[in-house]
Each structure stands twice: as C-alpha cells, then as structure tokens.
Design a binder for this molecule. Sequence first.
Ligand code: ATP
Length: 546
Amino acid sequence: MSNRRLEVSGLSKTFGPARVLRGVGLGVERGELHGLVGQNGCGKSTLVKILTGVYRPDPGGSITVDGRPLGLPVRPAAQREAGVSVVHQNLGLVDDRTVWENVRLGRYRAGRVTRRIDRAHERAEAARVLARLGHPLDVDAPVGRLSAQDRAVAAIARAVQDHQPGSGLVIFDESTRALGREARARFYELVKSLIAEGTSVLLISHQLEEVVEVTDRVTVLRDGEVVAAGVRTAEVDEAEITRLMLGRHLVTHGRVAGHVRDELVADVRGLAAGPVSGFDLAVRRGEIVGLTGLVGSGFAEAAEAIAGARPAASGTMRVLGRELDLTRRRGSTQDFVAAGVAFVPERRLEEGLAGEMSVAENLTLPRVRGRGSALRTGTAWQREESAAMIAKLDIRPPNPQAPISTLSGGNQQKVLLGKWLAGSPDLLVLHEPTQAVDVGARHDIIDAVRRAAQDGCGVLLASIDPSDLAVLCDRVLVVRDGRVAARLEGELEPDAISRAVFGDGDGGDGGDGDAPGAPDVSGAPGANKTSDTSEAGERSGETVER
Ligand SMILES: Nc1ncnc2c1ncn2[C@@H]1O[C@H](COP(=O)(O)OP(=O)(O)OP(=O)(O)O)[C@@H](O)[C@H]1O
C-alpha cells in the first residue's frame, strides 16, 4: 500500500476544444500540508472538481487515496468514504443559518415516520465534532454572528466530521481570504493540529506568502500542466513560485504618486445603511478612498448603498453636482449608471455578471443601451471594446464569444472590472476587486484602478484585504460597529490597517466618515499625513510587478 494519502496520476480534462488539464500528477503524504498554486485558469478548480466527482476526467488517469483507487468519475459516496472533503472559497458558510445547520447541511437525518429533520441528533453531531476539535461553539448561534476565528472552526468541523481522527484529506480552496491576520494564524494552528494527527491538507491559495509560510511542499500548475511537483517550500521563496506560476519574473517597483485633484466627484451626506449611520464621505477626482472593517461592521453596506446596490435608510449623494437619493429601492441602478457611478460587487456571479452571456456581452453590457442598439452582439464597437479589454487585463481564454460561466473565477473577476472600466466612470465603487485573482492578475487590476484614478475617476475601495488597501489608497476609513473608528492617511502599511481594524492602535471612538472626529492613525512611523484637500498623496508601491 502506498504511503501517500492522495496520489493523482496522468489526469487530463478536455472541455470542447480546450484541454485544461494535461497528464497532471499530484502526491500528498499522510500528515502533510501541501500547497497547490497556479495562475487563474490553470486548472486548479477543475482538478478539485474531478476529485469531488463534479467533472468526469478524460480516460486514462487515476486517483488513489491511501493506496485504494477511487473509481472515475468519483462518486460522492466513495469520496466521503475515502475521507476527501473540501472547504470552499471564503469558508463557504451560510451566514443566516446556525452553527449546527452549517456543519450538518447535506447530512441531515430525517425521522423514519415524520420525515422531519431530527434536530436533537443533528445538534448533538455538530457539538461532537466541535468538541473533538477542541472548540465547543454554541451550536444554535447564527454563523453570521460568529467571530472570524469561530467561523473558520465551523467550516473545518463541517469538513472533518466524517473523518476518523488522523485520516482523510481536507482541500481548502481559497478558503482563508476572509480571515484577518489573527484569525488566520489561529486557523492554521487548528489545521496544524489536524496535520499532527495524520490528516492531510491540500491548500489552494493565491496568497503566495502564506503558502510559503505554512506548507511543507508545493505543486505548481501552469496552463494545465505540472511545472513543479511537490517542491519543498523550505527550498523556494515567493519570487521563485511566482516565476514558476507565470513563466516569467515579476519585479518590484517603487511608490506611485497619487493624483488627487480638488474637484469633488462624490459627496455623501447622512448615510444610514445596515449598521452604519450618520456617515459622510467626500471623494475627489483621482482619489482612492479605502473603506474597511470586520465582517458585520457595516463598511460593506455603506459601499453598496453608495453604489446604488442597496437602498439606504437615509442619505443623499451628489455626483458631480447631480443629486442621487440613496434611499431609493433597487431598480434605480440606471440613475446611478447615468450619473457615472460604477459598481464592482463582491458577489460577481449573483450581482455582477450575466451568467448566460458571453465575455464580450458582459464587457459591453452597460453601454449597449447608450449605443442605441438592442441587445445585439458582434457589432463593431463591441468587438473593438472587448478585444481591447481582453488584452488590457489579459483575460483568458482570450475569446470574446466564450460563455462567462466557463471562465475561471479570476478571469470572471477581470471581466467584471473591465465591464466598468471601459465606460470611464466618474465614481468607481469596488468591493473586493482582487478576490480570487492570481499574483499577475492582481497586478493588472491594481494597475487598471490606478490608471482610472489618474484619468480623474474617484474610487471607493471596500475591502478586507489590507494589502490591497495599502497599495492603492490615498486614505482608509476603518468602520467599527457602524461608525468610522479610525482614519489612516499617508504612507499606509498593511499591518497598521489590520491593527486599526482589530481595534488595537487607534484609541479613538470614532466619527462619521469625513465628519470631524474620526481619529487619524498614521500608517507608518513618521508617515506623511495628508489632509482631505491635499493636492496629491503618495501611494505605497506594489510589491511585485512585471
Ligand atoms: N465547464 C467548463 N466549460 C469550458 N471551459 C471550462 C469549464 N470549466 C472550466 N473551464 C476552463 O478550464 C480552465 C481552468 O479553469 P479552472 O477554474 O480550473 O482554473 P483555476 O486554476 O481554478 O483558476 P482560478 O484561480 O481563476 O480559480 C479555464 O480556462 C476555464 O475557462
């Protein structure tokens, strides 16, 4: 019997004319934390979907777990029996359901006669696995109210509930992005305790720093092929993994001067949305303002209301002199678009993209009405505009006719951003714009947002990612319990942003956005603070660039 927990060999997958996996091999040892990395669209999710039976691979490959072959295509029962489970993007939890419902979803046992779910049994099962992990959460608490760390515990409990201690393989597919620095550290403590028992973990992540730090070995995919198989992470660094992934080096460059001008693009007054109230905000041409906080703090609701994506309880906004009522119901999106407001939402498939349409149709959709044609595709301007955006953001495959649903997550994200950038908005509201994108794509997106700001667009960046905020923003507002608890300006450092989010380091009780009272927190010792009316701040340099 092989000593390996997972042995994948010669696995290929073809979609129509596209061969997206070519003879892929992957070996994960018992009790190993193994990283799987690669550019957007290189085939990571396809591999996971083959492992979990969503896709049937091309004939010829094999998968064994603990030396026993898994029949192909993988049947869900066989996958469960082999102890292979997946924790999906951002932990894959349903916020308005309780801990026990989240842990037991898909496994409910119904009473023989009543066919009702046996709640007592399900609650006890959830409690049992949580106790085994050493984290006895309240199983009746809604997951949305849990701390980031406890959410991670609930997701891990769901994944390992069928495993005997020390057995099985847990695949974390971009699961940790929503976790802050501290919650992430605790998350890895828990993962390492599973590893110490003998469970294996396959970690798929675009956070290469984290992959280098926590994994034992890493496998790198490029264009559907393995270019580095199980390399010891102690022997490589982030730059080398990046080179393996992209096939080229990315080089560091310095700070970039901001282009904040005096003219106000957006003036928000008296916004109340979700937990946020009494919020004022002024965004100038060329300015990139960050909005951040913990999940549930209200920063996301504020951004969505400003973008016209959710009705506010109160509030108005002037965009270049045009008054918009933020309390209007959904459906008034057209007013916001007409006023020059563009929104890149966090939930790209539900809110941002038309799943049944092509790349070109999605990229040009906001301008179809204005260009006077009905929903006709393939007109010259659509072809030109989509070709330019595909090239600018390196969207793959570079096929304007490809259905958007067949693109990888990162490439969908690029289409979503491209759709709005092509229209040269005056106010661009971005919610987690670099989620799920690889290191090269993140660079392209950051570059595109900076260029939009240089061209005079005002940008509101709502994000939990301190690196994105530090690299892009002229200033950052930190929301806590619905109020702006801190305002960071000048040379921003990711750690300082995280500290302000978690409440250590600002020492103030906040204010209301741009209203006086929100304490300033310098991003770095001796940071160059800018006032709201400053000509030009400076933005931190991106760490990597072509
Ligand atoms: N159902 C499908 N039909 C056609 N092509 C598909 C389908 N699913 C995936 N693909 C293509 O397969 C390739 C690999 O996609 P996959 O989602 O596995 O990439 P990934 O490495 O997980 O990317 P990301 O990091 O962006 O999530 C992409 O080019 C994608 O467009």
